[in-house]
Write a protein that binds this ligand. Structure first.
Ligand SMILES: C[S@@+](CC[C@H](N)C(=O)[O-])C[C@H]1O[C@@H](n2cnc3c(N)ncnc32)[C@H](O)[C@@H]1O
Length: 218
């Protein structure tokens, strides 16, 4: 169970991080049904961590995508994990063996804390991990996103990943009609999302957690 000493938090919920990803990030962003339209779809993630969210998304994308669909998954990560740590964490889930093996094969041994990791994983799936502080890197990004996964540790442990400034950048880089989802339900996170301009909805959280948040850029 990967745990960050620096932030004093787990990388995902202890019940089942893969199922949590499906409930919070995919369902919360209306996926996979939005992929039925085909065309390009860009997901932004704050916090790549072990790549669990990416692998589960790629697995679901593979079975739901249309012949014309192309997914670009762009994740912002300050401290990219070494290859061995990613392989170890993801081997817990046989359901994503295929995705783990492909990610592991291409992932650098010990990624630099700067720059970007660019992987063309199949003809319809591209992964970019932008290394460095999310606020600076997202601010400098020219991309527009269809959906955001906000996954930067608990807001109480890592408030920088939930600041008004960063959430403002998330809003600014979301296409009109685009969405976000997060397991976070803290009052200041919800207020920052609303102040940025999102229409915010509360939903039941995963595994007995009372609430999570998701929403749309009008
Ligand atoms: C909860 S974990 C993400 C879990 C991940 N999505 C997964 O599937 O394993 C949070 C991640 O955010 C990263 N992080 C924390 N603060 C950051 C910052 N200011 N900028 C970019 N990444 C940050 C941490 O290094 C950590 O990998």
């Amino acid at each position: 169970m990967p745990y960050s000493q620096a932030y004093g938090d787990h990388f995902y919920c202890r019940t089942d991080g893969r199922l949590e990803c499906g409930h919070v990030f995919l369902d919360g962003n209306g996926l996979p049904s939005r992929w039925a339209a085909g065309g390009d779809f860009v997901i932004g993630e704050l916090g790549f961590g072990t790549g669990l969210n990416f692998c589960e998304t790629w697995r679901q994308w593979r079975s739901a995508r249309t012949a014309t669909g192309r997914l670009h998954f762009v994740s912002f990560e300050r401290f990219p994990l070494p290859k061995a740590a990613i392989g170890r964490a993801l081997s817990h889930w046989p359901e994503i063996d295929r995705e783990r093996e492909a990610l592991f094969e291409h992932w650098p041994e010990a990624p630099e804390g700067d720059g970007a990791i660019e992987l063309e994983l199949d003809a319809q799936t591209r992964l970019t991990v932008v290394c460095g502080p999310a606020l600076e890197r997202l601010r400098a990004s020219g991309l527009a996103f269809d959906a955001f996964y906000l996954d930067g540790f608990a807001p109480s442990r890592n408030p920088d990943m939930w600041s008004a400034e960063l959430i403002g950048e998330v809003f600014g880089h979301t296409r009109p009609g685009g969405t976000f989802a997060t397991y976070a339900a803290a009052g200041f996170v919800r207020r920052n999302l609303i102040a940025a301009g999102f229409a915010v909805e509360r939903r039941p959280g995963f595994a007995g957690k009372r609430e999570m948040l998701c929403g749309r850029r009008p």
